[in-house]
Design a protein around this ligand. Structure first.
Ligand code: AHG
Ligand code: MN
Ligand code: MN
Ligand code: MN
Length: 323
């Protein structure tokens, strides 16, 4: 089985990009080890702090953020980083070619129940000669991404990665200590009968999503003419991973439960990297009204509605938004 660096080289990645991805992977291997030790490594539970997102930070949110930040900035090839857990961006080398954004720990609420969690990252080009301390350097659409990926800390630790040459999956071989290429080209089936959405928000969704899900629930007797199954892991990494493996549609639509926060998922740390992985695997990713990767960000912590997955199912959902 091919190792990570040779696989990346074959996809045309240069030495500096490979080194950066290896640093991200090194931090994630450490997170994977600590997650695997669970209660024994004193990484579970909450801190007393609240992050910029208004969420109570879990110990693992903080540990993962520190590990990633330190190892990424140590490479010297990164001008700045932006994280879900940092109020502002953190400057690195002014000569660095790259910017990195990350969700150090996705699915925080799963940490204390030994359930799926992961790390999501995105690599963007650094504008030459820019001020590394200026957060505006990050305000690039997802189409500018050089690479994106997630590491899933599940029964096995694995990574989905794209550098724009398809989406590949690597599995961490814990005996040898490195990631090995286990799926050369991920392809999301275009047709599905499985959806993932937090149904408890149903009454707060907008009419388009209400009608779409209502029709799925009508099953065989409804306009879709087939029964749909539902899954919800409460960690986007877990839900998107399932979709990369066997298809499906995942949605975190706009809802009016808290009108000051109509959207949940973060564009730079969650929506854009996942959209890149999904599109590179033949799937579609949209807000319902526009392609996520074409959104011009206005804020590093910006949130967006997300609908992604199997091409034909996302298209069906989009028809409700056009009506
Ligand atoms: P994070 O743990 O990084 O804050 O992200 C959690 C996100 C996402 O992973 C998941 O799909 C969603 O929140 C779950 O939301 P609900 O708690 O509403 O199910
Ligand atoms: Mn969070
Ligand atoms: Mn997240
Ligand atoms: Mn997170």
């Amino acid at each position: 089985m091919r190792r990570l660096a040779p696989a990346l080289r074959l996809d045309g990645a240069d030495a500096e990009l490979i080194d950066l991805i290896k640093s991200i992977v090194a931090a994630c291997k450490e997170i994977s080890f600590r997650v695997g030790q669970g209660e024994l490594s004193d990484v579970l539970g909450s801190t007393l702090n609240e992050n910029v997102q208004g969420e109570t930070q879990k110990k693992l949110d903080v540990i993962s953020n520190e590990l990633l930040k330190d190892l990424i900035l140590e490479t010297g090839s990164v001008m700045a980083i932006s994280s879900e857990e940092e109020e502002s961006t953190v400057a690195g080398n002014p000569e660095g070619r790259y910017l990195v954004t990350f969700d150090p720990l996705d699915g925080s609420s799963n940490t204390d129940i030994n359930s799926l969690i992961g790390t999501i990252f995105s690599i963007l080009p650094a504008p030459k000669g820019a001020d590394p301390a200026d957060p505006a350097i990050f305000l690039q659409p997802g189409t500018a991404q050089i690479a994106a990926g997630y590491i899933l800390y599940g029964p096995s630790t694995l990574m989905a990665l794209t550098t724009g040459k398809g989406t590949k999956m690597y599995t961490l071989d814990k005996t040898y200590g490195g990631f090995l290429l286990t799926t050369e080209q991920v392809t999301i089936p275009g047709v599905t009968a499985e959806f993932a959405i937090n149904m408890s928000n149903q009454r707060y969704w907008q009419p388009a999503m209400q009608s779409y899900i209502a029709d799925l629930l009508k099953g065989k007797e409804g306009p879709r003419g087939k029964n749909f199954n539902m899954r919800w892991i409460a960690a986007m990494v877990g839900d998107v991973h399932r979709i990369l493996c066997r298809g499906g549609i995942f949605a975190y639509p706009r809802d009016l439960k808290d009108p000051s926060k109509p959207d949940k998922l973060r564009l730079m740390y969650e929506a854009n990297p996942m959209s890149f992985l999904v599109e590179q695997a033949g799937g579609t990713s949209t807000t319902g009204y526009e392609r996520i990767m074409e959104i011009q960000p206005v804020d590093i912590h910006q949130r967006v509605p997300v609908i992604l997955g199997s091409k034909h199912e996302v298209e069906s959902c989009l028809q409700y938004h056009q009506a």
